[in-house]
Write a protein that binds this ligand. Structure first.
Ligand code: AMP
Length: 282
């Protein structure tokens, strides 16, 4: 497995693979790899000849008060894990390689970025769509793999790909969870022991919503209220948002008719966690 730090070298690697007629998958990450990331990579390897994973803690998607400086970084551990699931190359550029002096171009998707994490993290999606566009331009993958863990991100990237006629097929991989239900995240390591066990309320509240829908509840406000009360009963949890929108349009609805995204963001101490589930009226 190669670890590549420059755009020029990455392009040369991709060109060589293309000359051999190989298909190419891209799995963008910020590193501190866990089983969620590795599941994306395995899925990519099953579908394409060459898997490239990017490990780049992208400064443009972090707000000024966010955890850019202390975001976990472990290239040695990440390399072993990526190698273990058959990744062919890690793209690990510096911030200066991606955003040189006088950098001035950004990609902005309107409308669906104005809610959920777009509201609580202003500028976040602009950073995400910018870096993902750059990665798509550098790697020119046939397929790119993203996790449902960041369901809104997948919708935003899908909108960008369609609107800007990008020649890449997207695949969304289901959320990988710990045994107790907590969605795997590089940020889970920030949690204290008490916060870690309190964080189980997230998946528990989503399961409750699924149960209500299964039992016939279609009133979105009632489902939302039930989720909010499970979370607010946990003293260590501080609610950022709980919202339910129809899926994939992300428009407000009062009744569940087909599919809806129930998405939440909750703080435990200084750690902000997100989780979601897709509700489906059958
Ligand atoms: P990140 O390194 O957090 O930017 O995540 C990189 C990719 O891995 C994104 O597409 C995430 O949605 C995906 N991912 C992160 N955690 C999980 C998880 N628990 N299950 C599935 N995909 C995940």
């Amino acid at each position: 497995m190669r670890v590549i730090e420059t755009i020029q070298e990455m392009r040369a690697f991709v060109s060589a693979a293309r000359r051999q007629g190989k298909s190419i998958a891209l799995v963008p990450t910020m590193g501190a790899l866990h089983e969620g990331h590795l599941t994306l990579m395995r899925r990519a390897k099953a579908q394409c000849d060459i898997v490239i994973t990017s490990i780049f803690v992208n400064p443009t998607q972090f707000g000024p008060q966010e955890d850019l400086a202390c975001y976990p970084r472990d290239l040695t551990g990440d390399s072993e894990k990526a190698n273990g699931v058959g990744v062919d190359a890690i793209f690990h550029p510096t911030a200066a390689e991606m955003y040189p002096n006088r950098y001035a171009s950004y990609v902005h998707v309107e409308k669906i970025t104005a809610k959920l994490c777009g509201l609580s993290r202003p500028g976040h999606f602009r950073g995400v769509t910018t870096v993902v566009s750059k990665l798509f331009n550098i790697v020119q993958p046939d397929k790119a793999f993203f996790g449902q863990k960041d369901a809104q991100q997948v919708l935003v990237i899908d909108q960008m790909v369609r609107d800007l006629n990008m020649n890449v097929q997207l695949e969304m991989v289901p959320i990988v969870r710990e045994d107790d239900g907590l969605a795997m995240s590089s940020r889970n390591r920030y949690l204290s022991t008490e916060e870690r066990s309190a964080a189980m309320v997230l998946s528990q509240s989503l399961s409750l919503a699924q149960q209500l829908v299964h039992d016939g509840e279609r009133d979105i406000a009632k489902i939302r209220t039930a989720v909010v009360s499970v979370i607010t009963e946990q003293p260590l949890a501080s609610l950022d948002y709980v919202e339910i929108y129809n899926y994939p349009e992300l428009e407000s609805v009062s009744t569940l008719s087909t599919k809806a995204l129930l998405a939440l963001a909750v703080r435990f101490g200084t750690t902000r966690l997100i989780d979601n589930t897709i509700l489906e009226a059958t």
